[in-house]
Design a binder for this molecule. Sequence first.
Ligand code: BGC
Length: 792
Amino acid sequence: MIEQSAFPVEPWHVRETRLELDLLAQSESLFALSNGHIGLRGNLDEGEPYGIPGTYLNSFYEVRPLPYAEAGYGYPESGQTVVNVTNGKLIRLLVDDAPFDVRYGQLLAHERVLDLRAGTLTRTAEWVSPAGRRIRVRSTRLVSFTQRAVAAIEYVVEAVDGPVRLIAQSELVANEPSPPRSADPRVAAVLEDALVALEQDAHDNRAELMHRTRASGLLMAAGMDHVVEAPGPVSVETRATADWARSTFVCTLEPGQRLRIVKLLAYGWSNLRSRPALRDQVAAALTGARQTGFEDLLAEQRTYLDEFWDGADVRVEGEPEMQQAVRFGLFHVLQAGGRAERRCLPAKGLTGPGYDGHTFWDTEAYVLPVLTYTQPQAAADALRWRHATLGLARERAATLGLRGAAFPWRTIRGQECSGYWPAGTAAFHINADIAAAVTRYRSATGDDELEAEIGLELLVETARLWMSLGHHDAEGVWHVAGVTGPDEYTAIVNDNVFTNLAAAHNLRSAADAAHRHPGLASSLGVTAEETAAWRDAADAVHIPYDAGLRVHQQCAGFTRLPEWDFEAHRDAYPLLLHAPYFDLYRRQVIKQADLLLAQHWFGHHFGDEDKARNVDYYERRTVRDSSLSACIQAVTAAEVGHLELAHDYAYEAALIDLRDINHDSREGLHIASLAGVWTALVAGFGGLRNDDGVLCFSPQLPEGITRLGFTVRWRGLRIGVEVEHGQATYTLRDGADSSLVFRHDGDEVTVTTGKPVIRRISTRTPILPRPPQPPGREPGRRRASERSSGGD
Ligand code: BGC
């Protein structure tokens, strides 16, 4: 865990006031910068010490063997792993004859600040070399949102109390040593020297290296250029070899004098373009960045982020920690997806090597809901990326003996990379999650064009998959057997409620979309009989219910399985590392929100009392071994009136990385949970729902939050919502004389531009008392503050 004192709470910054070497890997993830194309972990400028070095290019991967002890038909044979590419962050410094290294000499002060409005990471250090030479270093790093191929570092060294001779070595390093990524030597070997040198060039202050991955055959180029300022002469030398390039700057400073180096970086990769084309692209990006200059790169970055925050900021009054955390979360969501542009959006973004850099359902189910209401064009691009992998998904379905398209559970490029069938390929719900993201995007933005461009085909092919996965029984009831829902501790089940409702929604949405685009649909071979069959299946879908307990069953028979001994496993989390899957699978123990996610997404299918009983039942059995759970449990708890419990969950989702709650932030951030903070606040306490194309709010605040403000983009307009205890104010921000009809607590309301409307909030009284969680698994805020239970 990271103590709160390590990062003081500030509304727009994440500040580290002293360097904690034990937390270096975690802070590298927290301070990672990315624009969705380039990702730079927050490694120290001089490269060492490090936790995990990391420089990533979205979708640049190596293929590696997926070894199985026992093979089986349809198992993917190779996996994909994100590559730590050429490191351009490095600037090593020699002060007289001593390398600037925080482990030697005396570090008098060290501070790093991630500025969420400026989009920069700034570091200041004051250091005395072992020989007694004192310097100040200040570096400011950015990965440009406006010039997608560009990153830049301003590096300033000042002599403090005596003359110093400085030698700064600014480098590009490929195949840099890293901690081993896999315990399997076959896999580790592939990843160790992933890049094969192709060509290199060095002249003046500039150098370029070009490499190719050994097996996946992807080309990449990295280039650097420098602008140097110093009061006296600076000698410069640039060299390049196969795996490194180095520009060396030598100068002498008197006390108070400064050496300033602006290092410009450009990256490009391709699986199609030729070497000269890639080389030229990187050269052009460098020239463009040089012409812009560091100050203007900063200014562009600020303008881009101002625009983002104007439409996406969430203001939380009464709880400064949550305020900081929600902005930190939104910033990283933007970094992961803002300029990913038809590339994937990995579960860790480009912040670390965790999960091999793979993309899961996290994208469509957790991140796209946020992007759809805040940065809709980024959501559209993420869906375009999925569509670009449709051919591979069709092939996968065919391999599995199914119709339509089966999208991969985890992937970088589109091929299935999950080697574990029960919590991989069997999680077919990912297909319906993609379909839900398509329909959500259309109803929230009103953009019909994307449906014609890619949406219809995604809906049709996933609907076809469901028709071959599901079946009607003798009574005509439609079932989906043998699949895994979101809860990975209950695998290969029949009639998982989430999957069934999502599949039914997928089928109906496909039929509706085909109806809207008859010509396109018929070009995809869709007939009236086919859409009728989709609607029949959706109408006949089976939703298992335990009439005795009066709760929904997560899947058929779930509530009749033996119970799990939570008390005996109190200290054994995550359970998957301490108990055999065999035992987890056959008992009522739940990894993450599953039935509760169904309740959030498909609320119409659940009555108010069922919702309350379901929350009560599933809360007691959910252990949250996945970071995808807390935010959804926040929403479902809030909906049934357990506002303090919801608050506790929102806190856990929000602080997942800033406090390293799951002890794994070193490998990269939990982008789904960071997006989920928005969902916990906006859908949980704001009550945002998209009810078949009608925008709804049902706000209600927990005690500790005095005011919550957020903005939602809806059909080209921005609607601002300010929630206080007792009332909500709605403001339409765009359009000269536009108006918008929405629902507040179920009542229709019209808001017109410039004329805010205020509505009273009625208190939601819970039907049941606050439910307990499995012992030791109470949500984070409660654990953090060691409060006793109660409150709602
Ligand atoms: C969760 C999945 C999730 C994956 C990546 C797993 O632990 O169970 O639902 O997609 O992590 O975040």
